[in-house]
Ligand binder design. Structure first.
Ligand code: SF4
Ligand code: SF4
Ligand code: SF4
Length: 607
């Protein structure tokens, strides 16, 4: 089908196969996480079993993007029955086909059960994990086949672009996005409409739209999931942005490790080109747009706009001083608007539903929803999308299900390696850009690492600083040398070789690095140290004054003498005979935790 105008698009939508055309739709998650647990194989096997029974024409298998509840994957949803099966394995295929698809009987053992509750839950909407969620950016993930453009068209795909080209001037589009109050979801939260306006105002024969898909925060994978589950929405949004700023070329900068997302993007671009939705005179208008993919090597600093642009130009991925901002002189020195994947994912929904709808969601200063990646010491890990203003308590306890073993959660690292910690006193705080900043943290791309009462916050800060100092591009001294010196001090402290003066040195160095580094990486790298020092001063002091107990020990009342700890200890400092209480020589223990992990009866006591 070649789309020459909005009526062609509407006619195509009518002709596209819909879920209602099938007796049953079997939606199998084919996001990277579930694929690593054989979901692709599961989908293939279901297909084969249907063929064997000659019922493949009435049942459609849809290989979707991520459902978000990654801890329960692979997930299969059956529509219109509204049944969700979790943790499905290859061995379960026959049961699903025979019992459910042929005889319409539930496979009860694959239904989800809330912890400590006896009733099984049949549908996703009944799960606490989904109850408080609101899916805008993730709206099509887990709903459509991302490799089938017709699935996107059925869900109003490319309708926002058609509306924009037929009804609005570029200034109207900018005004809609400004009115929606959408802020950039990749880091600092800069207003998207304003960014587009600034780029539009610069006169130039050539401008560019860049999609930043260089998701660098360890633990964050929302951009990857959107690209894997709904690639056309990003292409559509880039074209809307291109029309608004006066650009006819788009570039997607994506890390090469994101193989599935890149492949789906390639297929989506090819399908959109074939349909005339990318190319010359889109919807029969004067507007033309082309999109290309640029692979990045996965450097954290390339999430910074200027470094990303240099990397795309074939130069070293190093930031440069602003101004000039990319909106004035970006890719190939031409005006360029760089927006991240999640920001783009909101655009078609804003155009279709209106800016008032979007700005009615969220808090006074932060509108819409935010996708968070929940990881660490939490029962339900995965991707959650909630309205801005949702509290940490709601995310951690209601959606995330709290700690898997019921331990106390003491802090959340938010905003990735350059974010900060939020302590439990602030868990009832409404999350938005400004509330996080007021506590020394930041939204970043939305990674949330949950840490329990056993977590050593000095070690956490050291871990993050190790990452950022390694990722520093080395261009400016405060970041290149300063973060190394900070790391050395932390290392000294945790090795019990530090002193109280080190605490002051850490603070002064951290503040200097923040105020004198060239780019966001250096300006935020000390955050994990400074925020943990602020909220967990006593943990730093225990190291600085060398009062911290470092060795593990064994509870003699619990030990059953299984010898597992001794067999796992790398420095052989555990003694004891079979079926006798074991003892740790605390002077030799290097606090590696191997015994803690190995003990089957939780007899090992952490320092
Ligand atoms: S702050 Fe760090 S990452 Fe940024 S330019 Fe300077 S050295 Fe490079
Ligand atoms: S923490 Fe490591 S070094 Fe210490 S006793 Fe356990 S296994 Fe051995
Ligand atoms: S692993 Fe646990 S139960 Fe076994 S000997 Fe060590 S402390 Fe005792």
């Amino acid at each position: 089908m070649i789309v020459n105008n909005i009526n062609d698009l509407k006619a195509w939508k009518k002709q596209c196969p819909k879920k209602a055309d099938y007796k049953i739709n079997v939606l199998v998650c084919n996001g990277t996480s579930c694929m690593s647990s054989d979901s692709e194989m599961i989908a293939k096997m279901i297909e084969k079993e249907l063929e064997k029974r000659s019922i493949e024409a009435e049942i459609r298998i849809i290989k979707t993007g991520c459902f978000g509840f990654c801890g329960q994957g692979p997930i299969i949803k059956i529509e219109p029955d509204d049944i969700t099966y979790v943790q499905v394995k290859v061995e379960d295929v026959n049961d699903i086909v025979d019992s459910h698809l042929v005889h319409r009987t539930l496979v009860e053992r694959l239904l989800y059960k809330e912890p400590n509750e006896k009733d099984q839950i049949k549908d996703g909407s009944g799960m606490k994990f989904y109850k408080k969620q609101m899916r805008i950016a993730l709206r099509n993930c887990g709903e459509i086949d991302p490799e089938n453009i017709e699935d996107y068209i059925v869900n109003d795909g490319y309708l926002a672009l058609a509306k924009v080209l037929e009804e609005y001037s570029p200034e109207d589009v900018i005004s809609i996005i400004k009115k929606s109050s959408l802020r950039g979801r990749g880091g600092g939260g800069f207003p998207t409409g304003l960014k587009w306006e600034l780029t539009r105002k610069v006169k130039s024969d050539q401008k560019y739209i860049v999609c930043n898909a260089d998701e660098g925060d360890p633990g964050a994978f929302m951009d990857r999931s959107i690209l894997e589950g709904d690639p056309h929405s990003i292409l559509e949004a880039m074209m809307i942005a291109g029309y608004a700023i006066g650009a006819n070329h788009g570039l997607i900068y994506i890390r090469a490790e994101y193989g599935v997302a890149t492949e789906r993007l390639r297929k989506a671009i090819a399908a959109a080109k074939k349909a005339g939705l990318i190319g010359e005179n889109i919807f029969g208008t004067e507007f033309s747009f082309d999109i290309e993919i640029k692979l990045g090597a996965g450097a954290f600093v390339c999430g910074e706009e200027t470094a990303l642009i240099h990397s795309m130009e074939g130069l070293r991925g190093e930031p440069t001083k602003k101004p000039p901002f990319p909106s004035e002189a970006g890719y190939r020195n031409k005006p360029t608007s760089v927006n991240n994947v999640e920001t783009f994912a909101n655009i078609p929904a804003i155009i279709i539903n209106g800016p008032e709808w979007f700005s009615s969601i969220g808090t006074k200063s932060s509108k819409g929803t935010k996708v968070f990646a929940l990881a660490g010491q939490i029962r339900n890990n995965g991707l959650v999308e909630v309205p801005m203003g949702t509290t940490f308590n709601e995310i951690v306890y209601e959606i995330g299900g709290g700690h898997p073993e019921g331990k106390e959660i003491k802090a959340i690292q938010i905003g990735g390696p350059s974010g900060g910690v939020i302590t439990k006193e602030f868990f009832d705080m409404e999350i938005d850009y400004d509330s996080l900043q007021s506590k020394g943290a930041m939204m970043g791309s939305g990674g949330m690492i949950i840490m329990d009462e056993d977590t050593d916050m000095v070690q956490v800060a050291k871990f993050y600083l190790d990452f950022t100092q390694d990722e520093s591009c080395g261009k400016c001294t405060p970041c290149r040398i300063g973060t190394k010196r900070m790391y050395e001090i932390l290392e000294r402290l945790v090795n019990m070789e530090g002193s109280p003066e080190d605490l002051n040195k850490l603070k002064v160095l951290g503040e200097n690095i923040k105020s004198t580094s060239l780019c966001g990486l250096g300006q935020t790298a000390p955050n994990p140290v400074l925020s943990t020092m602020k909220y967990f001063k006593e943990e730093y002091e225990a190291y600085a004054y060398r009062t911290k107990k470092r060795a593990y020990s064994i509870d003699p009342n619990l030990c059953v003498g299984c010898t597992k700890c001794a067999r796992n200890c790398p420095v052989s400092c555990i003694s004891g005979s079979v079926r006798e209480v074991h003892i740790i020589d605390e002077s030799k223990c290097i606090a590696c935790g191997a015994c803690y992990e190995a003990c089957p009866v939780n007899a090992i006591i952490k320092p």
